[in-house]
Write a protein that binds this ligand. Structure first.
Ligand SMILES: NC(=O)c1ccc[n+]([C@@H]2O[C@H](COP(=O)([O-])OP(=O)(O)OC[C@H]3O[C@@H](n4cnc5c(N)ncnc54)[C@H](OP(=O)(O)O)[C@@H]3O)[C@@H](O)[C@H]2O)c1
Length: 257
């Protein structure tokens, strides 16, 4: 049985990605910083797809002082080794969204936390997963990136910076890990119908990014399908970006009906 390791997967897109892999007969290992939320997600997924197929870890890898808890990452991968589980696909979904971080108002440590969560933590996870994939002779790593890697939105400097940095890291890793048959790719969502979107957090239902050429924004399944393509089908694809944003990014400006 193949295994997908998905970060930040108790709610929203990450949960949808876990469901996709489980429904395709894979095992899912998920992470969260919140124990209660993790227990609840494992219970829901276990009831639907079999308790034995899903497990998880409570992780708070980027500490409050912005250092990275590498010991805990070592513990996770050693624990998986002991259980005989190798990660076939690592999905880097968790992100500090850095919402309303403003240049003259936020501290430098707020900026660093976004970079450490979205870039450094992912690099530390990849180091450990890729070492095992190398031994196995294959593997797939998928970043859940964002179209904000290319197009800026207000008050999200750290977030945009982190998503652009992920793409640079994705290409460099694809180059260095290709010889081990490890593929590294990125899915670039636009607006997604998360609980924040449903509840109109930050007035996001009125944001202009809702107006796409296809007339709709992404469901979790749209993002999960793109991840699944990279994980299960894209044998000869690495260093690639798959935009899933209803065509949002190709517009010079959104057409508001
Ligand atoms: N929502 C959108 O419209 C949109 C658009 C473009 C790209 N994306 C990307 O798609 C991915 C999923 O987005 P989403 O909206 O579904 O995410 P989400 O609801 O914010 O969930 C992502 C998970 O990341 C974890 N997380 C949040 N802040 C963190 C922090 N400071 N440190 C460590 N983990 C943290 C959380 O897990 P725990 O709380 O359980 O630890 C959270 O559940 C992200 O990479 C995001 O950048 C989203």
């Amino acid at each position: 049985m193949k295994t997908a390791f998905i970060t930040g997967a108790t709610v929203n897109t990450g949960f949808g990605i876990a469901e996709k892999f489980l429904s395709e007969g894979w095992r899912a290992v998920i992470t969260s910083r919140k124990e209660e939320q993790l227990t609840e997600a494992l219970r829901t997924l276990g009831e639907k797809y079999g308790k034995e197929n899903v497990s998880g870890y409570v992780t708070d890898v980027v500490r409050a002082d912005n250092t990275i808890d590498e010991d805990y990452l070592d513990f996770i991968f050693d624990d998986l080794d002991k259980k005989g589980i190798t990660v076939d696909c690592l999905v880097l979904n968790a992100a500090n969204l850095g919402i309303r971080q403003r240049i003259f108002e936020n501290s430098l440590s707020d900026f660093i936390n976004v970079i450490n969560t979205n870039v450094v933590m992912n690099y530390a996870l990849i180091e450990r997963a890729a070492l095992r994939m190398k031994e196995k002779g294959e593997g797939s790593i998928v970043f859940i990136n964002s179209n904000t890697a290319y197009r800026a939105i207000p008050d999200r400097i750290a977030y945009s910076t982190s998503k652009s940095a992920q793409l640079g890291m994705m290409r460099a890793l694809a180059l260095d890990l290709g010889k081990y048959n490890i593929r590294v790719n990125a899915v670039l969502p636009g607006m997604i119908k998360t609980d924040r979107w449903q509840n109109n957090y930050n007035d996001c239902r009125n944001a202009l990014s809702n107006y796409t050429p296809l007339g709709d924004i992404a469901e979790f399944a749209d993002i999960a399908d793109a991840v699944w393509y990279f994980a299960a089908h894209a044998r000869n694809t690495t260093g690639a970006e798959l935009v899933v944003d209803g065509g949002n990014m190709i517009q010079l400006y959104p057409i508001v009906p």
